[in-house]
Design a protein around this ligand. Structure first.
Ligand code: HEM
Length: 574
């Protein structure tokens, strides 16, 4: 059968378990009677070894052989020397780069192939691959994703071990990376309370203020890079206020949040496969700090991170004591400390780590939404017609208009479905071995929902699944169909996105206020032809996908906008 069509990293597809039927990519297999699951092979006390050859005996006989022992020691020394000399911290990029994912050696380098129809058609609904040494099952359609990650979520709610990003840099305290433990349950309960429907309503003033500043910024300057910066500023400023009751930020790169950006960058880098040898050789974790620069520096950084997050938390605590604080996630965690039983450091990392989850995703969705508005102007016109009827032209839309703006909600849903910000979500890990339709899933296998394929499944969304068509979420009366959430962008089961209510509300208001105020139009080239934005290129790197940069024209929809905007900004003091 050969390799799948590129571009891709060939090594990624080297299957650990050769399948006679399908070459190196394992699509569907039953273990042979003597089959040892791949994880057992790396188990020094090979508990699955055939009777008569216990793993312990093998290990002991190896250690008794002097030549072998010397060889092993030499190999360890070389590995250690290489890891020391490479000192990965020196490679930390100074700022995030935006380069196409295609051909990039990051974990998403295979994205174009994994989201193609070819992948699903050739390798089916459940596909096995060896992702940089980790056995991984990719769930290419809704049926297995729902069956495994939702219905059997008691077995599929663990996460892969991330030594550098989680255990060292984050002191093991970031909820999104945590194993499925009692500690995760406590953090999850506290996060759910701080991001419940009622709690999110408390953040409406922050979101309204940020949406107003966003409109104003888009009108002032809307070149491609500026537009993304405006989205970044709005999302970062909103999440900082929601997390820590922080004042409105002037720019997305405000020095006040430089520390959090550094943390996000380090964690993102550390979580990228291949960044640190310790991920492949976990025993390196036990090398004393003074012989391992990467570990020493990592632990120093972790102490800085903890101190920074504690400082931010304590700032809110101080305001709570003086009675001058407004609702925030930190305030909710501090006030709920008696019930949520979280230690200070747990609260500090829980709040701090939500910064990236809650801002990078929103920027990705807003970028894709702009592409959609420019590429499909009829959707923009229909949304504006709805806003004109419901809101009129003498005030900005607000959250109280939400129940009367079904098309705006459908627009947001369709953007989330059409171009999911994190097309593979975050891997879930099987706690125990399992079977799915005759396929064996060893304990410890990472299961990745191919959210892109689930969102584009013709069996669920029809033959026009690849098109941008917000109407698909409306019934014949033009109302939102209450029976279906309709997309899978927020993941599955017990580990699904805890911030989805906040995300949906934020996106609703950003979209409603922007479309009420401005037209987003195609620019023209030198020959006077309209330039259509590229709807298909996905840009990384990083955990979230973005469109290729494109220019669009942002113009006010009516002359009174300038004075209405000035009034609105005055009323918010921004
Ligand atoms: C459009 C915006 C967003 C998208 C597309 C998104 C997507 C996701 C996805 C796919 C996951 C993994 C789900 C899984 O494992 O099955 C996730 C987890 C998570 N998200 Fe979001 N998210 C968004 C916004 C937010 C916001 C606003 C917050 C918080 C303020 C947030 C906090 C989290 C956290 C803490 C987790 C980890 C949950 C756990 O492991 O238990 N997200 N998100």
């Amino acid at each position: 059968m050969g390799w799948p069509p590129g571009p891709y990293e060939a090594s990624t597809y080297t299957s650990a378990i050769p399948s006679p039927a399908e070459g190196n990519i394992l699509v569907k297999y039953r273990p042979a009677p003597n089959y040892l699951p791949p994880l057992a092979l790396s188990d020094p006390f090979n508990r699955s070894a055939p009777p008569g050859l216990p793993g312990e005996t093998v290990v002991r006989s190896i250690l008794e052989d002097r030549t072998l022992t010397t060889g092993i020691l030499l190999a360890l020394l070389i590995v250690f020397a290489v890891s020391y000399a490479r000192s990965p911290w020196r490679k930390l990029p100074p700022s995030p780069r935006r380069t196409p994912i295609i051909g990039n050696s990051l974990q998403l380098s295979d994205l174009h192939w994994l989201i193609s129809k070819d992948c699903k058609d050739r390798f089916g609904e459940v596909m096995y691959l060896d992702a940089a040494g980790s056995p991984t099952v990719v769930l290419n359609s809704l049926k297995p994703a729902v069956e495994l990650l939702e219905r059997r979520s008691n077995n599929y709610s663990d996460r892969p071990r991330l030594i550098m990003a989680q255990e060292i840099l984050s002191k093991g305290l970031v909820m999104g990376f945590m194993s499925y433990t009692a500690s995760w349950r406590r953090q999850r309960r506290a996060a759910q309370a701080a991001l419940s429907k009622e709690a999110v309503q408390e953040y409406y003033p922050v979101l309204t203020k940020e949406a107003t500043v966003l409109v104003s910024a888009l009108l002032t300057n809307s070149s491609s890079s500026d537009r993304t910066k405006h989205f970044q500023r709005a999302a970062t400023s909103a999440i900082m206020s929601i997390l820590y009751d922080y004042p409105t930020l002037i720019s997305g790169q405000d020095t006040a949040i430089k520390g959090i950006h550094n943390y996000n960058q380090r964690v993102e880098y550390a979580a990228t496969p291949g960044s640190f040898l310790v991920e492949s050789f976990p025993w390196m974790m036990y090398i004393p700090q003074r012989f391992a620069k990467w570990k020493r520096e990592g632990l120093q950084q972790a102490a800085e991170h903890q101190e920074m997050f504690l400082r931010l938390l304590n700032r809110v605590r101080g305001d709570l004591v003086s009675g001058g604080t407004r609702p925030s996630i930190s305030a909710s965690l501090i006030l709920g400390a008696d019930c949520n039983l979280l230690a200070e450091a747990e609260m500090a990392f829980l709040a701090g780590s939500m910064h990236s989850a809650g801002s990078g995703t929103i920027v990705s969705v807003l970028n894709w939404w702009t592409v959609a508005m420019v590429a499909f102007p009829e959707a923009q016109r229909r949304a504006q017609a709805e806003l004109d009827i419901v809101v009129g032209r003498d005030r900005f839309p607000t959250f109280s208009d939400s129940p009367h703006l079904p098309y705006i909600h459908a627009l947001v849903k369709e953007t989330l479905r059409w171009r999911p910000a994190a097309p593979f979500g975050v891997p879930h890990v099987a706690t125990r071995e399992d079977w799915y339709e005759g396929m064996y899933i060893p304990k410890g296998t990472a299961c990745m929902a191919n959210i892109w394929q689930c969102n584009h499944d013709p069996a669920v969304f029809g033959d026009d699944a690849d098109e941008f068509r917000p109407e698909r979420f409306l019934d014949e009366r033009g109302e939102l169909d209450p029976n279906q959430e309709g997309y899978y962008t927020y993941g599955f089961g017990r580990r699904n996105c805890v911030g989805k209510l906040l995300a949906n509300d934020s996106l609703f208001l950003y979209v409603a206020r922007t479309l009420w105020a401005v037209n987003l139009e195609r620019v023209r080239d030198e020959s006077g032809n309209e330039v259509m934005p590229d709807t298909d290129t996905l840009v990384g790197p990083g955990p979230f996908i973005h469109p290729a940069p494109f220019d669009c024209k942002v113009t006010p929809r009516f002359p009174e906008l300038t004075s209405l905007l000035a009034e609105e900004r005055d009323s918010w003091g921004v």
